[in-house]
Design a protein around this ligand. Structure first.
Ligand SMILES: [Zn+2]
Length: 526
């Protein structure tokens, strides 16, 4: 368990943020939170973790009346340096090396798909594209600073990461005016207003340059900074106060450290408050079978209600990896944990822990009001009901709740049922699939005592005046006591007789969902 009595992890980050930015907060200057994704393909679900973490920090700061803005960059300025397997290779190959925005009908769709996956979670996100900022000249000053300090930047690469750049390397990539590629050009000089460059046929393996060379202004969208320098430059240009990063950037001498050093030494800008976060690991055969397709943000987002996806992303501390196997028991467990956290939030426990209550409250997608205290059907029971054609969902829910459902509860019930049905049809492990057995299974082995107990139970259930989950449960319990049977020795045959398996939903309740006479008769004849 990662939760203890201590504070929820994101609140601890928010405390540290308040501490660092006291002055700005007092002045009412908005705190800028930033994250980004390069639109080089369909966005992987792993990237959603970063988006949710940053959005969550924004959400908490807003809760504390601290003005903030979460800027999410859709990076359409990087070179196309690889092709996803699911795009037309012949069609896009000639564009390799061009900046993404210049490739027709490519990056925009990936950005839109990411927005669709993320939007239902209700995070306060301001989306922006990188390319227009270069064109507007927002990067002109940092480009000048970088070029003026090319020697020092080369030293930083060498000192921090150990991987040096050649002595004639400049921290800039220009867009070749002849072939339109940015990945193939090498800047060879800088005179304070213009750069000299050459578009080299063999500069990189993944694209071919046209051989053109010349002199040009590096400003107003003609060029972009290489990524570690650009990362630092973006902090200054966007005025970033808070920005975390995925684990892969945090090796000693890794990109974060290089960017932070460049930020301080070259741009004289304090690197933002950092939130390093671990990977989101996706397991499961079906999800990886289609060569990355099933691992996309939108595909995974479609498997869960938005608040459950958000809950999945925030319930573990940022520094703890999340392992998600949609084909295993992860999804049922996730719903159970969500419900358990809601019990804490609504004080349904004698002791309630903030560490449980907070992720429930923060996971809500509608931030306009506090969550309503509603009854929800547990995943296990719901997965059973939706598979039983003879059962009526709302009726069973009313029985389980013990009173009528409110309108909000009915809406929530159907929303959850839709997701559960989809899960049963696609990803559910065998143990969640239930089929009522017509006859007693032939491989049922019973001791004399077990058989006698089942007969006695059949008689008692047949005589029951009130046919409810509780009354059936009560008779089962009494029979078990009377015949001195350990629970397993009575429950397992019951599951076997009615479901053809050795486990299932709560036994008294599921028997009560069937016809009383038929249940009694079946037991009397085992
Ligand atoms: Zn060229």
């Amino acid at each position: 368990m990662y939760y203890t009595i201590r504070m929820f992890w994101a609140d601890e980050f928010a405390d540290a943020i308040e501490e660092r930015f006291q002055k700005k907060i007092k002045e009412g200057t908005p705190l800028i939170i930033r994250d980004e994704k390069t639109l080089s393909g369909r966005v992987h679900i792993g990237s959603v973790r970063g988006i949710v973490i940053h959005g969550l920090i924004g959400q908490i700061l807003t809760e504390r009346n601290i003005t903030n803005e979460f800027l999410f960059e859709l990076n359409d300025n990087d070179p196309m340096d690889g092709l996803p397997v699911y795009v037309d290779q012949e069609k896009y190959k000639p564009h390799m090396g061009k900046p993404l925005f210049a490739v027709p009908n490519f990056s925009e769709g990936f950005g839109e798909e990411l927005k669709e996956a993320v939007a239902p979670m209700g995070l306060p996100i301001h989306w922006y594209h990188l390319r227009p900022l270069y064109i507007e000249g927002k990067f002109n000053d940092v480009i000048r600073e970088a070029l003026d300090n090319a020697t020092r930047i080369r030293e930083i690469y060498k000192e921090v990461s150990g991987g040096g750049k050649p002595d004639d390397w400049f921290p800039l990539n220009v867009i070749c005016p002849q072939c339109g590629k940015i990945g193939t050009t090498k800047v060879t000089g800088w005179n304070g207003s213009e750069v000299t460059y050459v578009c080299k046929p063999k500069y990189v393996e993944w694209a071919e340059g046209c051989g053109h060379e010349g002199t040009m202004s590096p400003f107003d969208g003609n060029a972009s900074l290489p990524w570690k320098v650009e990362w630092a430059a973006k902090w200054k240009v966007m005025g970033v106060d808070i920005e975390g990063g995925g684990k892969d950037h945090y090796a000693a001498g890794g990109s974060r450290e290089v960017a932070a050093t460049i930020s301080k030494d070259i741009f004289h800008y304090d690197p933002p408050f950092d939130i390093p976060y671990e990977f989101f690991n996706l397991a499961g055969k079906k999800m990886s079978a289609s060569k990355g397709l099933g691992a996309c943000a939108k595909d995974v987002a479609d498997l869960l209600p938005p608040k459950l996806l958000k809950f999945l992303m925030i319930r573990k501390e940022a520094r703890v990896p999340i392992d998600f196997d949609p084909e295993g028991k992860t999804i049922p467990n996730l719903f159970d944990e969500y419900d358990r956290c809601s019990d804490h939030y609504f004080n349904r426990h004698p002791e309630t822990y903030e560490g449980y209550a907070r992720p429930y409250a923060l996971a809500q997608a509608d931030l306009s009001h506090d969550p309503d205290d509603i009854w929800e059907m547990r995943f296990q029971a719901l997965s059973f009901v939706v598979q039983m054609p003879h059962l009526h969902l709302e009726e069973e829910a009313t029985k389980l709740k013990g009173s009528g459902l409110s309108e909000a509860e009915i809406t929530a019930l159907h929303e959850r049922a839709d997701f559960v049905k989809k899960w049963i049809d696609t990803l559910a492990p065998a143990e969640y699939k239930f089929v009522i057995q017509d006859s007693v299974p032939t491989d049922l082995e019973l001791s004399d005592n077990q058989r006698d107990a089942l007969h006695a139970l059949g008689k008692r259930l047949g005589d029951l005046k009130e046919w409810t989950g509780e009354s059936v449960h009560d008779k089962i319990h009494r029979t078990k006591e009377e015949f001195g049977l350990p629970p397993k020795e009575l429950f397992q045959p019951l599951y076997k007789i009615f479901l053809g398996r050795t486990s299932g939903p709560q036994v008294g309740w599921f028997l009560s969902t069937m016809e009383q006479e038929k249940v009694a008769e079946k037991l009397l004849n085992v």
